[in-house]
Design a protein. Structure first.
Length: 113
């Protein structure tokens, strides 16, 4: 089995909050600097919040796709962007493919008495 060794997922996870704060700040600056736009404090805050949430949503969605890519690489269905070391055969064999089946539980009727 092949593994993914690319660090891009970690960079996206670390820098998404930084970019969200920067997007909120920049949205506030733009909202105040646009000539003719008379926004009150609540509207500016709403604009800043929308910009920050959109950056967080984009980062989250990207990370979901990256996790799916990593899963497909580990299953051998996709090619790694930066191939890592192969997983040991013992570890690959230890991973169950199907969940374990639990036996049904029988409940005895209470004794009459």
């Amino acid at each position: 089995m092949q593994t993914e060794a690319s660090m891009i997922g970690r960079f996206v996870a670390i820098f998404t909050p930084v970019f969200a704060v920067a997007a909120g700040w920049l949205a506030g600056v733009v909202a105040q600097a646009v000539p003719g736009a008379h926004l009150n404090q609540g509207q500016i805050v709403a604009f800043m919040t929308a910009a920050s949430v959109s950056v967080i949503t984009a980062g989250w969605k990207w990370l979901q796709g990256w996790q799916q890519h990593e899963a497909r690489v580990s299953q051998g269905l996709d090619v790694a962007c930066k191939p890592g070391p192969a997983a040991p055969a013992a570890a690959a064999a230890a991973v169950p493919v199907t969940p374990p089946v639990t036996p049904p539980v029988t409940v005895a009727a209470p004794a009459a008495g």
